[in-house]
Write a protein that binds this ligand. Structure first.
Ligand code: PNS
Length: 156
Protein backbone atom coordinates (compact mmCIF):
# COMPACT_ATOMS: atom_id res chain seq x y z
CA UNK A 1 0.00 0.00 0.00
CA UNK A 2 1.37 3.40 -0.99
CA UNK A 3 0.56 6.31 1.27
CA UNK A 4 0.91 9.93 0.21
CA UNK A 5 0.81 13.24 2.03
CA UNK A 6 -0.03 16.59 0.44
CA UNK A 7 1.46 19.18 2.81
CA UNK A 8 0.86 22.92 2.82
CA UNK A 9 -0.58 25.88 4.63
CA UNK A 10 -3.90 25.92 2.71
CA UNK A 11 -5.05 29.29 4.10
CA UNK A 12 -7.58 28.66 2.61
CA UNK A 13 -7.83 25.65 0.27
CA UNK A 14 -8.42 26.61 -3.38
CA UNK A 15 -9.85 24.60 -6.28
CA UNK A 16 -6.25 24.23 -7.50
CA UNK A 17 -5.44 22.32 -4.30
CA UNK A 18 -8.61 20.23 -4.60
CA UNK A 19 -7.61 19.22 -8.13
CA UNK A 20 -4.18 18.04 -6.92
CA UNK A 21 -5.67 16.09 -3.99
CA UNK A 22 -8.21 14.34 -6.24
CA UNK A 23 -5.54 13.38 -8.75
CA UNK A 24 -3.27 12.13 -5.95
CA UNK A 25 -6.11 10.01 -4.56
CA UNK A 26 -6.39 8.28 -7.94
CA UNK A 27 -2.68 7.45 -7.86
CA UNK A 28 -2.11 6.37 -4.25
CA UNK A 29 -3.90 4.00 -1.87
CA UNK A 30 -4.15 6.48 0.97
CA UNK A 31 -3.87 10.26 0.77
CA UNK A 32 -3.64 12.70 3.67
CA UNK A 33 -3.84 16.45 3.29
CA UNK A 34 -1.53 17.79 5.98
CA UNK A 35 -2.04 21.33 7.21
CA UNK A 36 1.26 22.62 8.52
CA UNK A 37 1.02 25.04 11.39
CA UNK A 38 0.63 25.26 15.13
CA UNK A 39 -2.97 25.49 16.41
CA UNK A 40 -1.63 27.11 19.60
CA UNK A 41 0.10 29.90 17.66
CA UNK A 42 -2.46 31.24 15.20
CA UNK A 43 -1.09 32.76 12.02
CA UNK A 44 -2.85 33.51 8.78
CA UNK A 45 -6.47 34.27 8.08
CA UNK A 46 -7.92 30.92 9.20
CA UNK A 47 -6.82 28.82 12.18
CA UNK A 48 -5.35 25.39 11.55
CA UNK A 49 -8.62 23.74 12.64
CA UNK A 50 -10.69 26.04 10.42
CA UNK A 51 -8.44 25.19 7.47
CA UNK A 52 -8.89 21.48 8.20
CA UNK A 53 -12.69 21.88 8.31
CA UNK A 54 -12.68 23.75 5.00
CA UNK A 55 -10.56 20.99 3.45
CA UNK A 56 -12.83 18.23 4.82
CA UNK A 57 -15.83 19.94 3.24
CA UNK A 58 -13.98 20.24 -0.10
CA UNK A 59 -12.64 16.74 -0.66
CA UNK A 60 -13.88 13.17 -0.89
CA UNK A 61 -14.28 11.51 2.54
CA UNK A 62 -11.64 8.93 1.55
CA UNK A 63 -8.99 11.66 1.75
CA UNK A 64 -7.69 12.14 5.30
CA UNK A 65 -7.02 15.54 6.81
CA UNK A 66 -4.46 16.08 9.56
CA UNK A 67 -2.15 18.78 10.88
CA UNK A 68 1.47 18.96 11.95
CA UNK A 69 3.43 21.72 13.63
CA UNK A 70 6.86 20.12 13.50
CA UNK A 71 9.34 19.01 10.89
CA UNK A 72 7.51 17.46 7.96
CA UNK A 73 9.82 14.44 7.78
CA UNK A 74 9.08 13.61 11.43
CA UNK A 75 5.43 13.22 10.40
CA UNK A 76 6.31 11.10 7.36
CA UNK A 77 8.60 8.84 9.42
CA UNK A 78 6.13 8.44 12.28
CA UNK A 79 3.22 7.67 9.94
CA UNK A 80 5.06 5.52 7.38
CA UNK A 81 4.40 7.95 4.54
CA UNK A 82 5.87 6.87 1.18
CA UNK A 83 5.65 10.07 -0.85
CA UNK A 84 4.95 13.77 -0.58
CA UNK A 85 2.78 15.22 -3.34
CA UNK A 86 2.97 18.86 -4.41
CA UNK A 87 1.44 20.83 -7.24
CA UNK A 88 3.70 22.73 -9.62
CA UNK A 89 2.24 25.84 -11.25
CA UNK A 90 5.40 27.29 -12.75
CA UNK A 91 9.18 27.42 -12.64
CA UNK A 92 8.82 29.71 -9.60
CA UNK A 93 7.13 26.88 -7.71
CA UNK A 94 9.87 24.55 -8.90
CA UNK A 95 12.60 26.84 -7.54
CA UNK A 96 10.75 27.05 -4.20
CA UNK A 97 10.00 23.34 -3.97
CA UNK A 98 13.28 21.85 -5.19
CA UNK A 99 15.41 22.54 -2.08
CA UNK A 100 12.62 21.32 0.21
CA UNK A 101 12.24 18.12 -1.79
CA UNK A 102 16.00 17.53 -1.74
CA UNK A 103 16.19 18.30 1.98
CA UNK A 104 13.30 15.99 2.84
CA UNK A 105 14.85 13.21 0.77
CA UNK A 106 18.20 13.62 2.48
CA UNK A 107 16.67 13.85 5.97
CA UNK A 108 14.26 10.93 5.73
CA UNK A 109 14.62 9.28 2.33
CA UNK A 110 11.11 10.43 1.44
CA UNK A 111 10.37 11.13 -2.22
CA UNK A 112 8.44 14.16 -3.48
CA UNK A 113 6.24 13.77 -6.52
CA UNK A 114 5.14 16.86 -8.42
CA UNK A 115 1.86 17.02 -10.29
CA UNK A 116 1.58 19.74 -12.90
CA UNK A 117 -1.20 22.13 -11.97
CA UNK A 118 -4.22 22.06 -14.22
CA UNK A 119 -3.84 25.15 -16.48
CA UNK A 120 -7.24 26.38 -15.20
CA UNK A 121 -5.60 26.98 -11.84
CA UNK A 122 -2.05 27.94 -12.88
CA UNK A 123 -2.53 31.52 -11.62
CA UNK A 124 -4.40 30.61 -8.42
CA UNK A 125 -2.82 30.78 -4.97
CA UNK A 126 -4.33 31.22 -1.52
CA UNK A 127 -2.45 34.48 -1.01
CA UNK A 128 -3.50 35.97 -4.36
CA UNK A 129 -7.11 34.92 -3.82
CA UNK A 130 -7.09 36.60 -0.39
CA UNK A 131 -5.59 39.78 -1.81
CA UNK A 132 -8.10 39.97 -4.68
CA UNK A 133 -11.01 39.24 -2.32
CA UNK A 134 -9.84 41.85 0.22
CA UNK A 135 -9.85 44.47 -2.53
CA UNK A 136 -13.33 43.53 -3.72
CA UNK A 137 -12.48 41.27 -6.69
CA UNK A 138 -14.54 38.22 -7.62
CA UNK A 139 -12.83 35.04 -6.48
CA UNK A 140 -15.78 32.67 -6.94
CA UNK A 141 -14.07 30.77 -9.83
CA UNK A 142 -11.18 29.76 -7.59
CA UNK A 143 -12.89 28.44 -4.46
CA UNK A 144 -15.51 25.90 -3.40
CA UNK A 145 -18.77 27.64 -2.51
CA UNK A 146 -18.40 27.04 1.23
CA UNK A 147 -14.77 28.27 1.22
CA UNK A 148 -15.88 31.40 -0.65
CA UNK A 149 -18.62 31.98 1.93
CA UNK A 150 -16.16 31.56 4.83
CA UNK A 151 -13.63 33.86 3.19
CA UNK A 152 -16.19 36.60 2.54
CA UNK A 153 -17.47 36.34 6.09
CA UNK A 154 -13.92 36.44 7.52
CA UNK A 155 -13.04 39.52 5.48
CA UNK A 156 -16.25 41.43 6.23
O1 PNS B 1 1.79 26.23 1.58
P1 PNS B 1 3.27 26.16 1.34
O2 PNS B 1 3.98 27.40 1.75
O3 PNS B 1 3.61 25.76 -0.06
O4 PNS B 1 3.80 24.95 2.25
C1 PNS B 1 5.19 24.74 2.47
C2 PNS B 1 5.34 23.71 3.57
C3 PNS B 1 4.39 24.06 4.72
C4 PNS B 1 4.97 22.36 3.03
C5 PNS B 1 6.78 23.70 4.09
O5 PNS B 1 7.08 24.96 4.59
C6 PNS B 1 7.01 22.65 5.17
O6 PNS B 1 7.27 21.52 4.85
N1 PNS B 1 6.84 23.05 6.47
C7 PNS B 1 6.96 22.14 7.60
C8 PNS B 1 8.26 22.40 8.37
C9 PNS B 1 9.44 21.73 7.67
O7 PNS B 1 9.54 20.52 7.60
N2 PNS B 1 10.34 22.57 7.11
C10 PNS B 1 11.49 22.11 6.39
C11 PNS B 1 11.12 21.81 4.93
S1 PNS B 1 12.48 21.13 4.02
Amino acid sequence: MTTAVCPGSFDPITLGHVNIFERASEMFDEVTVLVTGNPEKPSGLFSVHERMDLIRQSVDARINVDYWSGLLVDYTSQHGVDVLVKGLRSSLDYEYELPMAQMNRELADVETIFLLTDPRFAHVSSSLVKEVAKLGGDVTPFLSAHVHKSLMSRLS
